[in-house]
Write a protein that binds this ligand. Structure first.
Ligand code: ADP
Length: 664
């Protein structure tokens, strides 16, 4: 038995333990204790332990043989396995000094580990001799886990890019992480205990009241986008998520708030919206430029769009629609600005807003600082001028943009303006060409109208004289020639009539004399006339379905259409001898189909045969014609609110049809 003297701490700690005559602690006394307690003699042999110790160790050690401790293995907190004499109980007994809560890790046979705080104390007998030690073990595994979790959370909070702040329900800040410092600029010391309002712009104080009201009800506020103030008074856009914080009993005691700085994100969003808007404008202007042929419309669109894109206060375009150049005072201004003021600008003869002064170069100035027209309130700081130059390097027009504020126009604006100006010059060239084509086409129409009129008059006289001649006594040979001449004259007349009709159609002067017409009667008459024609080549067969075939129409014009379709059917089926005409009433329309078995028309040609002067290539090209018959027929039918179409395949004949509304 060790003869070391006891110290004062151990004295107080062992005061409750009863030692029997063998120096062994009374087992039954501490068996009741909730904490694990065990004793050993000076050699480390376990002399007693309570049931809490058995539970903690997960082991029933063999009394007198287990040394210093009843657990399978013991490690220090760094995970190093402790040898016998390094065990806290051994250290305590060997030094006769109590150890106040050394932390160790104990492990059972299945490798399960627990964190334990050990409080070994030496035991002295009545003579003051050391008889062994008594040790209390307190498990701190949960505490350790909790501490580790807390440490982990704290490090997550600290390393978060977002501001994580907690506050009381009264709005007093209770915690503040590094993210909060980075976003708002305040250090933790500067804000702890301060009211959250230091971060809120005064006009949003109400917001905080509403947020607190929600929190008191236990509600979470998610991704609430708002504005907050930094330490230096700058407004930043943030997204807030605020959750109520509860104590152990579930009582709401405050709020945790995660704030993310979304200023950059918002800027990107706004930039996106802005660029999307710019793209839309560009698309729209591209469409106008490529589709429109009206100069005024194009230029107005260009000025309006570029004014919007550049953010200018006003935009002007100089272009003379008559001379196709910039050297004039014809302007197309956007509506932002007083047009009279802009006109006055031009007259001011400045080097800036006068088309005569701008050459073919681009000018962009940040601070022109000119008060051009105080009367109209036009002063210009930012200035952008872009010429519109044709392919042949002629200055067609010029675009000017101005803004009262400095540095409004960027290099990007300039690039867009240059791009649009060059597209505009192409559009202006196209528009000019279109105008030329239109005026030539008008001249052509006028010529056809005049020529057909001029030719018609002598033809009528020739026809009259030839008829007179025919009534005179003439021999058989002369009569034959006379008839041939009259026949050719008829052909010439119908050609002239077609040209005359065409000019009427193009000038919109086709008039109709509408009466009730029975198409069955009309077509029968036409067929009868053909039957007696000495030159007839085909048999015309009429098929009628049941019903009435009365339409409201201009009889002569419809006759013209039927004749044209029949003539074509005969003309374009030279090797056949049959044409079928079919009449149909489908209750809403009267339909006329003319079917031949001739050369037919390809799908591609079908798209164009109703166009003016179109004649299909190929075999039909060798057959004489002007290419106006179908066009005139279409116009006539459409003037009657009807429709006309063709079904055909090349080499398989053609079936032309038209439909006119029935008379109710
Ligand atoms: P034209 O017969 O005087 O050339 P149209 O306007 O009547 O003029 O017809 C236009 C073109 O359509 C013709 O040149 C011909 O190529 C084609 N076409 C019209 N009718 C037929 C048909 N029945 N069969 C084949 N091709 C036809």
């Amino acid at each position: 038995m060790n003869k070391l003297k006891r110290n004062t701490i151990s004295e107080s700690k062992v005061s409750a333990v009863k030692i029997n005559s063998n120096g062994v602690t009374d087992y039954s006394l501490f068996n009741q204790l909730p904490s694990a307690v065990y004793c050993c003699d000076t050699e480390g042999n376990l002399t007693s332990f309570n049931s809490a110790a058995i539970k903690l160790w997960d082991n029933v050690p063999e009394v007198q043989t287990s040394k210093w401790c009843g657990s399978f293995k013991v490690y220090n907190v760094d995970g190093v396995l402790l040898q016998e004499l390094a065990l806290p109980m051994a250290k305590c007994v060997k030094s006769a000094k109590a150890i106040d809560g050394e932390e160790v890790i104990i492990e059972n046979r299945s490798g399960e580990q627990k964190f334990v705080k050990v409080y070994p104390s030496p035991i002295f007998n009545e003579q003051g001799l050391l008889t062994g030690g008594i040790c209390t073990l307190i498990e701190v595994t949960d505490q350790k886990k909790h501490d580790a979790k807390q440490a982990m959370l704290a490090s997550i909070i600290e390393s978060s890019n977002d501001a994580i702040i907690s506050k009381t329900l009264q709005g007093v800040i209770t915690s503040w992480n590094a993210g909060a410092q980075r976003i708002f600029g305040y250090t933790e010391a500067e804000v702890l205990g301060k009211r959250i309002e230091i971060l809120i712009p005064p006009d949003r104080f109400n917001e905080e009241k509403q947020i607190l009201a929600q929190l008191r009800k236990g509600n979470k506020v998610k991704h609430f986008e708002t504005v907050r103030l930094t330490k230096d008074g700058k407004e930043i856009q943030i997204s807030l998520t605020i959750s109520p914080m509860k104590d152990k009993n579930g009582k709401i005691i405050g709020a945790s708030k995660i704030a993310r700085d979304i200023t950059q994100q918002k800027k990107v969003e706004q930039d996106l919206i802005y660029h999307y808007g710019q793209l839309e404008i560009l698309n729209a202007i591209g469409k106008v430029i490529s589709e429109k042929l009206n100069v005024t419309e194009i230029l107005q669109h260009v000025v309006d769009a570029l004014t919007k894109i550049t953010g200018a206060e006003f935009g002007i375009c100089y272009y003379d629609t008559l001379t196709n150049c910039a050297e004039s005072e014809v302007i197309f201004a956007n509506t932002n600005c007083h047009v009279d003021g802009l006109k006055a600008l031009t007259k001011a003869n400045t080097a800036y807003f006068n088309p005569k002064h701008i050459k073919k170069s681009i000018i962009r100035l940040d601070n022109l600082n000119k008060d051009f027209n105080p009367e109209y309130g036009i002063s210009v700081s930012s200035y952008l001028a872009v010429p519109i130059v044709s392919k042949s390097d002629k200055l067609l027009g010029s675009l000017f943009f101005g803004h009262n504020e400095v540095a409004k126009f960027t290099a990007a604006h300039e690039a867009i303006a240059i791009n649009i100006a060059s597209q505009t010059s192409v559009a202006l060239d196209n528009a000019t060409l279109f105008e030329e084509v239109k005026s030539l086409s008008l001249k052509k129409d006028q010529f056809i109208a005049r020529a057909s009129h001029e030719i018609k008059t002598p033809l009528t006289s020739i026809h009259g004289y030839l008829q007179l001649l025919g009534k005179e006594f003439v021999d058989g040979r002369s009569k034959l020639f006379l008839n041939k001449a009259l026949n050719q004259l008829d052909k010439l007349n119908s050609l002239i009539a077609a040209l005359f009709d065409l000019s009427k159609i193009t000038s919109g002067k086709l008039t109709l004399d509408l009466k009730e017409v029975d198409l069955s009667v009309l077509i029968n008459e036409i067929i009868d006339n053909y039957e007696v024609d000495a030159n007839k080549t085909h048999q015309l067969i009429l098929i009628k379905n049941l019903g009435s075939f009365v339409v409201k129409a201009d009889k002569q014009r419809i006759e013209q259409v039927v004749l044209n379709l029949l003539n074509n059917a005969i003309k374009y089926s030279p090797n056949e001898n049959k044409v079928i005409v079919e009449l149909e009433n489908n209750n809403t329309e009267i339909l006329v189909h003319i079917q031949d078995y001739g050369m037919g028309i390809s799908a591609e040609q079908q798209q164009q045969i109703f166009a003016q002067f179109y004649r299909a290539d190929g075999v039909s090209a060798n057959i004489s014609g002007l290419g106006v018959g179908l066009h005139i027929s279409k116009e006539i039918i459409e003037c009657h609110n009807g429709r006309i179409w063709v079904n055909s395949e090349l080499g398989e004949g053609a079936r032309f049809s038209f439909a006119l509304p029935v008379v109710n």
